[in-house]
Design a protein around this ligand. Sequence first.
Ligand code: V47
Ligand code: SF4
Length: 388
Amino acid sequence: MINLEGLTGDLKLVAEKVMEGNRISDEDALLLFEKGSLAFAGSLANMVRERLHGDTTYFNRNFHIEPTNVCVFSCNFCSYSRLYAHRDEGWELTMEQMLDMVKKYDGKAVTEVHIVGGVHPKMNLEFFAELMRKIKAHRPELHIKGFTAVELDYMIRKAGKTIEEGMKYLHEAGLDSLPGGGAEIFHPEIREQICADKVDADGWLLIHQTAHRLGMYSNATMLYGHIEKYTHRIDHMRRLRDLQDITSPNGSGGFNTFIPLKFRNKDNDMSHVAESTITEDMKMYAVARIYLDNFPHIKAYWPMLGRQSAQLSLSFGVNDIDGTIDDTTRIYSMAGAEEQNPSMTTAQLVTLIKQAKRKPVERGTLYNVIRDYSDIDVKEIEMNPLLN
Ligand code: V47
Ligand code: SF4
């Protein structure tokens, strides 16, 4: 319970709405951003988080494959891609190299492979469908979370298929769910300045809506803390909340997780833009948790945010800190993220969550509980290869 004594006016009304489990409006969200203290927004968000999940904090055991950093697009915030014209400076993995990466995890208790990369014109729909089939043939139970809506939109249109046909084709080949990337900021005022040439808001939302209709789950991101205003962030979240209202009531498919991604400014065309403060980061998580009442989970992506901020975010509405990740390429470190080749062992993740006095629970991609680590000693995890 939150003590409302001393609170007056509109902020009190917002608090009452949240405490009664009612939806807040765009104006309420703006008020929280502009006038609510971090402590105020944080305690409301924490209340919502505990109402939904108690102390449970999810992580998963996954690894990343980045097929290429060659990209036909030129987003100004991106430190990772090499334009197709300079493809000799980038990397392109072959089908065999990617399958070898999957095989490296044989006998290890990972449950998910996350596949996201640049948009390479030669890596087409058929190539990726074949990759899906081969991964599933080798390890059928491994969940494939793959391709941002940007990659999907490009490869499906290039193949001359409708979004529905293309998504169905990949799903049947083995694609299980979609990550949340490529969303950036939906509002055209900002989108045109930071990533003008890739799929627009409606195109991004259509891909996810189609995936949901096919019974698939997906995530959604927002790249915040650069040139956007609070109103753009709220507009972004409203479009997601509206779509979730349409798709989730049927019980299969929908958004699982919202992931605010902190803009990092190293080595990109927006290096002159200052990064957000930690107070701003925590406020972002808190308002997202309060506003997105139909999103079950809010995730802090620790390689981008840093381990300590990710730990802190568990008191500001976050109930998921992604996973072990094991990323041997450089998508995040190139943007100035805290981590070079990010990877955490299960013991490290569990320790991080326990230090925040939360309950560490390993999940599958779709939030099926795999193991509760509350009563498992960290030493035991370190000694047992099946646990670590
Ligand atoms: O869409 C690119 C972001 C995203 C920068 O769904 C940057 O579980 C900050 O979406 N500063 C791709 N961010 C990654 C992504 C993702 C990651 C982890 C988990 C999931 C999930 C999805 O990376 C892009 C873009 O928003 N990004 N450059 C940068 N300079
Ligand atoms: Fe390409 Fe994605 Fe980088 Fe944009 S953010 S340039 S689409 S890799």
